[in-house]
Ligand binder design. Structure first.
Ligand code: LLP
Length: 430
């Protein structure tokens, strides 16, 4: 391949037998491209964290709900969470049964809760008010309560989900009230869970928070402790987004050693016979996904060189929303001669000046018709895409284990955008 900047994907054989130019010609851009082998590998990494017989990887589907990917994740032996009826439908379509899905809810209506109950799911509630709602709907049933351990972590304040500054979880000082509501509706608390936030690169905070949840569980009165069979430590496992700067991955071996040690010691100490769960989204889905786009225009505005692509924040919102960094590769353009690196600002085609994918990034000079590959776009990429500016959500393809590309979701079309208006009439002056 006459690539300009592609040493990372070359080194891992990301595109299999395909190449970006062919993919772009066949499926169009922008295009999400996933690698099956990498996805399977990431599931296995996490499954290997502990050999405890009741240790489970509960994939957090919000990172990526493509049904083809969910099926692979299921095949790898993970279970899955859902936090909306849409995620639940995707999980079911991928073949997960009710034993394998937990509903991790936040501020949901009675109707939505009833829908999850009708599917036979264990529901995690994260406020006394939602526990009460669950009690009314599920007298004599089971429930999981999400606690806020007071320890938060994350790459941006918008993704820290524990501590005082977040809407999530029941604080442990409300435990007596939790018991009172459980008793009022003869409910059993079979699960306890938490999620401290998204993207940690050092294991210590996660382990500390996990120990906190275990400590909380241990303090339950014995009859309540005996009912517990589901302890979920949450997700947040980070990935190295700065690949071209040699950023080190999360030390999964060290994390595994600490986590395994923690849960086995605690199991021996308490006699707990239930399951332990981790709930990763990003770690499983991010690195197997790449977003392929095309340069349509370049210009210099004063000192700034702008590279205009078809990757607007409607397609990948993370940089605009969190100032997130994604490495960028450049594939063969109209000429593949060596290019000078220069600071360039890579932007999309959305009518907002904040539509920036990479600001002043030192990259080989880019030209019209170059293809760009945005790395690590598999998590919170497509799932956060929108039809803003009435642009179409992209297609998704999978580079299968055999190395060939398979379409796993078609590109939206204008009819998809118009569907919501079908059969409606509108007021008019005449
Ligand atoms: N469990 C719960 C209850 C969560 O809220 C989340 C993520 C996860 C698990 C999975 O977290 P992960 O392992 O993926 O870090 N859109 C943001 C991330 C938001 C995460 C929301 N909750 C981003 O693009 O960075």
């Amino acid at each position: 391949m006459t690539a300009i900047r592609s040493s990372y994907t070359d080194s891992i054989g990301f595109f299999g037998q395909e190449d970006p130019k062919e993919l772009a010609a066949r499926f169009g851009t922008p295009l999400y491209v996933y690698n099956e082998k990498l996805l399977r590998q990431r599931c296995q990494d996490l499954k290997g964290l502990s050999s405890h017989p009741h240790f489970h990887v509960n994939y957090s589907a919000k990172a990526n709900t493509n049904i083809a990917l969910l099926r692979i994740i299921r095949e790898e032996g993970c279970v899955v969470d859902a936090m909306s009826p849409g995620e639940l439908a995707a999980n079911k379509a991928a073949g997960f049964d009710e034993q394998s899905i937990t509903y991790i809810s936040n501020n949901i209506s009675a109707a939505e809760m009833q829908n999850a109950l009708d599917c036979g799911l264990l529901i995690s509630v994260d406020s006394l008010s939602q526990l009460e709602q669950c009690g009314k709907l599920n007298v004599g049933g089971r429930v999981m309560v999400r606690f806020n351990p007071g320890i938060g972590a994350g790459h941006h304040k918008k993704v820290i989900t524990a501590g005082k500054e977040t809407k999530f979880g029941v604080t442990p000082d409300c435990m007596e009230q939790v018991f009172a509501i459980l008793d009022k509706y003869s409910m059993t608390m079979t699960g306890m869970n938490q999620h401290i936030g998204s993207l940690f690169m050092q294991p210590e905070g996660y382990i500390e928070a996990a120990a906190f949840l275990l400590h909380l569980a241990e303090q339950l009165p014995p009859e309540r402790f005996a009912q517990l069979d589901h302890i979920d430590f949450g997700g947040g496992f980070g990935i190295p987004y700065h690949k071209y700067e040699g950023e080190k991955p999360l030390d999964i071996a060290a994390l595994g050693t600490s986590l395994h040690e923690l849960i086995t010691t605690w199991t021996e100490k308490t006699g707990y016979t239930g399951g332990f769960y981790i709930e990763p989204g990003r770690y499983i889905a991010a690195e197997c996904g790449l977003l392929l786009g095309r340069v349509h225009a370049v210009k210099n505005n004063g000192e700034n060189r702008y590279v205009g692509t078809d990757i607007g924040f409607n397609v990948l919102v993370r940089p605009a929303m969190y100032d997130s960094f994604h490495d960028i590769e450049i594939y063969r353009g109209h000429d593949a001669s060596p290019r000078q690196p220069m600071p360039q600002t890579v932007v999309g085609n959305i009518c907002e000046s904040g539509d920036i994918l990479a600001k002043n990034r030192l990259l080989p000079e880019m030209h019209e018709d170059d293809l760009v590959g945005v790395l690590d776009a598999g998590a919170y990429g497509y799932t956060m895409a929108s039809p803003y500016n009435q642009r179409l959500r992209p297609a998704e393809v999978l580079i299968t284990a055999q190395g060939t590309a398979q379409l796993i979701r078609r590109r939206e079309n204008i009819n998809d955008l118009m569907r919501g208006y079908e059969g409606l009439s509108y007021p008019s002056r005449v």
